[in-house]
Write a protein that binds this ligand. Structure first.
Ligand SMILES: *Cc1c(COP(=O)(O)O)cnc(C)c1O
Length: 382
């Protein structure tokens, strides 16, 4: 840290991404990328002519891509916002739409608390049930401090308050953030539960992070037509095999989309680069290719889950492109290390609530065979 960094950022605990070894010697099952390449049309579209046009700025409104997405998702293009990875949308939401104390589960995507801290937004991490499911009731009774003068004066929008006299301040509950399916558990909330949460929080934003929705869960995009407080966030990183292209999108009422654009045009109007725009448009023209990949990944997931259960693992019922599993014969950290020393990378989290578990991305059938072989080998020598 230099002496120039503003005080506000000196204590920041940054997000730790999964390992990205650059030498490719691992069977890489640790960051939920697709094991399959982008569709053939994407490879064709990124030709020399596309590279030559890199001298020009891209279309800041991404009109063509938004129109294609709108068609696929049955909304209007004014309901779509595009971003440089969906992390960017989450960042903007914490920056500008928090509206008070942001609530999210205590076991979920590790970036949420980092964004909250970055923007000095207070948050509450709500415990999951014992079986790692989300109890929708926990999000259906927001505390409103409408009558609290102190709070209203000091907490300007975000609800953040560093008041000396904390007890005098009741902060208003703000945005709800739920990953559905949740990460790293892979468990889902029913649409009816999401609907209840959205209705109970009509004065605040409910952000549903659907990064993994294409692997067998039900999207709540259709609800965005009726509820102006619902912000659905998706990404090309997982189901559309384009983590490296950095493309995320939000679907919501035109009002929320305008808010996101307001922030975008105040930070980085050209947030989607030309090559990514071309790749994504080509990808959407071959949507069936991705749908089939997702189905294949789901079949591989169920086969792998079955094999792990036969080996005595507890495996949560996942609707994502990963499994969350533990063995009572070996600790999560130890299994992670043993697998890594045998060339297989999975994701382990130090959080004591889930330290027995590992998150295993679903790779190709062949990769999962290698993974299972190594697991059998490790269990044999215990
Ligand atoms: C992967 C992931 C994201 C971020 O994806 P981008 O690559 O930034 O689009 C967002 N939310 C969750 C829950 C994720 O797992």
């Amino acid at each position: 840290m230099s002496k120039y960094l503003n005080e506000a950022y000196q204590d920041l605990e940054v997000y730790t991404p999964g390992e990205q070894p650059q030498d490719m010697k691992y069977v890489k099952l640790n960051t939920n990328e697709s094991p399959y390449p982008p569709s053939p049309g994407v490879l064709e579209a990124l030709d020399a002519a596309a590279v030559k046009r890199l001298r020009l700025y891209p279309d800041p409104e991404c009109t063509a891509l938004r129109e294609k997405l709108a068609e696929i998702y049955g909304v209007k293009s004014e309901n779509i916002y595009l971003s440089n990875g969906s992390d960017d949308i989450l960042n903007f939401a914490f920056m500008a739409l928090s509206g008070g104390v942001v609530r999210f589960p205590n076991i979920t995507y590790g970036f949420y608390p980092v964004f909250a801290d970055l923007h000095h937004v207070p948050y509450r991490q709500i415990p999951l049930r014992g079986d790692f499911t989300i109890d929708p009731n926990d999000y259906c009774h927001p505390e409103d401090s409408g009558s609290c003068e102190i709070c209203r004066k000091k907490s300007i929008g975000s609800g953040y308050d560093k008041s000396e006299d904390e007890s005098a301040v009741r902060m208003r509950d703000g945005m709800v953030v739920i990953a559905n399916p949740n990460a790293p558990t892979g468990l889902t909330l029913d649409e009816s539960d999401i609907l209840r949460i959205v209705e109970a929080n009509s004065d605040r934003v409910v952000l549903i992070d659907e990064a993994y929705v294409d692997f067998g869960a039900v999207s709540c995009v259709p609800l965005t037509k009726e509820y102006e407080n619902l912000l659905v966030v998706q990404t090309f990183s997982k189901s559309r095999s384009m983590a490296g292209a950095r493309l995320g999108f939000a679907i919501a009422d035109a009002g929320l989309i305008a808010d996101l654009n307001r922030i975008k045009y105040s930070t980085n109007p050209y947030n989607i680069n030309r090559l990514t725009l071309i790749a994504a448009e080509a990808a959407l023209a071959e949507n069936d290719y991705y749908r089939e990949n997702c189905e294949l990944i789901q079949r591989t997931r169920e086969e792998t889950a079955g094999s792990l259960r036969e080996l005595g693992f507890t495996v949560l019922p996942s609707k994502a492109n990963f499994l969350f599993a533990k063995s009572d014969r070996i600790g999560g950290g130890e299994l992670y290390r043993q697998l890594k020393s045998r060339g297989v990378l999975v994701r382990h989290f130090d959080n004591p609530l889930i330290e027995d578990y590992n998150r295993i991305t679903i790779g190709t059938g062949h990769e999962m065979q290698i993974f299972l072989e190594k697991i059998r080998e490790i269990l044999r020598i215990l």
